[in-house]
Design a protein around this ligand. Structure first.
Ligand code: NAI
Length: 302
């Protein structure tokens, strides 16, 4: 009889169960950080082999963190890892994975149609109160969300690579995002021990909007022969306090990723054309499969 009254002590929008779609670089990181901070998380991908790869990413990262946090205490290391892993379930059935979920975070391939297909199906099958969020770096949240009937419960939740280390999360509000949804996402982000910032649904949000034109300008400067790649990196590290120079950072981000962001912006036409003008060296490196760190070569050789 009293349960009705008691239930009001938990806010309607309090998030406990999270489902993450995509167990790649970003998805695995988001799953790990959520699980480490007490959320029950389901990691969904289309095939078991991708789930297994995601689990490997998580295991390796947890081991590193455990060693750092509990230097000489093997028992504490073990119990940190076990308690985190006990919060993680996995699923290859795309709709079942979101049953009972309060928050669905999408971190699948960067393709508008693929993301829309997923959210359209989820809109019909998921809990009607569940909040939907996309981790997209370059697609408009409003475009992804418009296939659903819950744009008030839709936002961008943009994490940074590597997720366990990077403290920032950009929360992207579309016009329809409700205050309740927004507050829930702020709360979740803080519980994950991240710092949220808020941005409108504008190309590149905050970080990439400023960072990508800067990286391109560094490439143009070197392409003109005004300074060497090495000197530009040294200059920005020692003269501007950047932890990595622009070429090191470009190689770290992935040159294909950078190129696809810039190409998308240029096609979009919303950003000043000069800022997103193509850079021959970048285009050529990508054409040759030199994608940066991940392929062993980019502006530098690894
Ligand atoms: P990734 O390629 O490492 O992982 C994507 C995963 O999604 C793959 O395992 C793939 O099998 C899976 N997938 C594809 N379709 C699926 C579906 N329908 N259901 C479930 N899983 C599916 O990609 P990454 O780098 O993790 O990026 C994911 C998203 O995060 C993209 O939207 C990207 O723009 C965004 N992002 C990427 C960052 C980065 O530095 N790589 C930074 C911030 C955001």
């Amino acid at each position: 009889l009293l349960s009705h009254n008691f239930s009001t002590t938990t806010p309607n929008n309090s998030i406990q169960n999270i489902t993450v779609y995509g167990s790649g670089l970003m998805g695995a990181g988001i799953v790990q950080v959520a699980a480490q901070n007490g959320f029950k998380v389901t990691m969904v991908d289309i095939e078991q082999k991708f789930i297994d790869r995601g689990k490997e990413i998580i295991n390796a990262s947890l081991k590193r963190i455990a060693k750092k946090q509990h230097k000489d205490d093997e028992n504490a290391q073990k119990s940190f890892i076990e308690s985190t892993l006990s919060n993680i379930k996995t699923n290859t059935d795309s709709l079942k994975g979101a049953e009972n979920s309060d928050l669905i975070i999408e971190a699948i391939v960067e393709n508008l149609q693929t993301k829309q297909n997923l959210f359209k199906k989820l809109d019909e099958s998921a809990n009607s109160n569940a909040i939907f969020a996309s981790n997209t770096s370059s697609l408009p949240i409003s475009e992804i969300s418009k296939v659903t009937k819950r744009q008030d419960k839709f936002a961008g939740l943009h994490f940074f690579n590597p997720v366990p280390q990077m403290k920032l999360v950009e929360i992207i509000k579309i016009n329809q995002t409700s205050e309740d949804t927004y507050q829930s996402l702020i709360e979740v982000t803080k519980k994950m021990q991240k710092t949220p910032v808020t941005c409108k649904d504008t190309p590149g949000f905050i970080v990439n909007r400023l960072l990508v034109p800067y990286l391109l300008e560094a490439m143009r400067l070197a392409e003109r022969g005004d300074a060497s790649i090495e000197d530009v990196d040294t200059a920005m590290k020692l003269g501007a306090g950047m932890p990595m120079g622009p070429f090191e950072l470009s190689d770290f981000v992935g040159l294909d990723t950078l190129k696809s962001i810039v190409d998308g912006w240029r096609k979009d036409g919303k950003i000043d054309a000069g800022l997103v003008a193509s850079v021959k060296k970048l285009d050529n490196l990508v054409k040759d499969g030199k994608l940066g760190r991940k392929s062993g070569e980019g502006f530098y050789t690894y």
